[in-house]
Ligand binder design. Structure first.
Ligand code: SAH
Length: 346
């Protein structure tokens, strides 16, 4: 049995041809599952009964169950989703003025153990399949205001470029006009800095937004808070970004969580400006750290944050300061899952 959301339109057409059915049924099936939101094959009334039976014998639709929903005062909503093997992932809906962003997990747990991130506290279990990633997006759409998502960010739990094939296939399905129809310019892949993945992504011919979780411009500190930096240090990472910009003509966004006592001094801001100097198209997104009690992570005070931002602006760097969102529902990565698993394992 195959999880149907992992198939591209062309692949489903291939299956139908093999079954000696008409290729165009694939479009009807896509329309049922993505547009009319059918949750079973029985409802697909414009297909013949034998074809529906065949589909039912070979494919399944739903594999994800909602186990918990939490809404923040600011409208951010977090879903805890249970997968077929009883593991769980988190996904978040972030409504802003004229957009609704779905924040998507790509792995169950995470291997990378960044010191500020709650995801790393629960160990890596497995990659999500492309079908599970697409179904996760469908779940987000189901609970989004007016059932609409305008943007997707791969910024949930896990490292997208460590699950490259499945994530890219899911991106193509999410992007496809017959499926979810979300433009690639509205899809962001965020990485802790997996260089081979960045290089590969540059060759895909897609207009995806690339976001790098930088968090420090100093190798020693970055290796301390993000162990992956030992394998892929800053100099090589920045070279890969430069190459990405040259190949795609796209801007790269650098995410920088401001953490009290770690990376938020003026000296840190100067170091950040320095490593960004050689990049033609880039932007910095400053994010005051979400408090993670278990990790004693805290944001700096408002003044320190503004000084940091100002130092970048003065150097002509394009910088935005992201509002903390969903703090009351612990929307930082992995926090809900962490609490849920704790409660259920005790
Ligand atoms: N592994 C990928 C995808 C996960 S993105 C990556 O590292 O980019 C997760 C985002 O949430 C990252 O930008 C990460 O830095 C951020 N994040 C994790 N812990 C956080 C915290 N305590 N406060 C604010 N942001 C956090």
């Amino acid at each position: 049995m195959t999880h149907i959301y992992g198939l591209t339109l062309e692949e489903l057409e291939g299956v139908l041809v093999k079954w000696q059915e008409k290729k165009f049924h694939a479009r009807q099936i896509f329309s049922w599952i993505y547009k009319k939101k059918a949750d079973g094959f029985a409802a697909m009334s414009d297909l013949s009964a034998p074809l529906r039976t065949k589909l039912k014998e070979n494919f399944y639709l739903s594999s994800i169950k909602l186990s918990c929903r939490q809404k923040s005062r600011d409208g951010t909503e977090k879903l805890l989703l249970e997968l077929k093997d009883a593991t769980s992932i988190e996904a978040v809906i972030i409504p802003q003025e004229n957009r609704v962003t779905g924040c998507v997990s790509t792995q169950v747990g995470c291997k990378f153990a960044c010191s500020f991130c709650a995801s790393g506290m629960r160990s890596f279990r497995r990659n999500l399949s492309s079908a599970e990633i697409v179904e996760e997006v469908l779940q987000l759409r189901k609970y989004a205001p007016e059932n609409k998502l305008t943007h997707i960010v791969f910024m949930g739990t896990g490292e997208p470029l460590d699950n490259y094939e499945n994530v890219l296939k899911a991106v193509r399905i999410i992007n496809s006009p017959e499926a979810l129809r979300i433009a690639s310019r509205r899809i962001t892949i965020s990485t802790a800095g997996i260089i081979p993945g960045i290089k590969r992504l540059a060759e895909e011919g897609l207009q995806i937004e690339l976001s790098i979780s930088l968090h420090s411009a100093d190798d020693k500190m970055r290796s301390h808070i993000m162990p992956i930096n030992k394998k892929y240090p800053l100099k090589e990472l920045m070279a890969a970004c430069k190459e990405y910009i040259a190949k795609t003509g796209r801007q790269v966004t650098f995410e920088y969580i401001l953490i009290k006592g770690i990376n938020s001094s003026l000296q840190d801001a100067v170091a950040l400006c320095k490593i960004l100097k050689g990049l033609r198209l880039c932007k910095v997104n400053l994010i005051p750290a979400n408090t993670v009690r278990e990790l004693s992570i805290q944001a700096p005070n408002k003044l320190e944050i503004l000084f940091f931002k100002d130092a970048l602006l003065k150097q002509g760097i394009n910088v935005t300061l992201r509002k903390e969102r969903g703090e009351d529902i612990q929307a930082a990565c992995g926090q809900l899952r962490l609490r849920y698993e704790k409660a259920h394992s005790s």
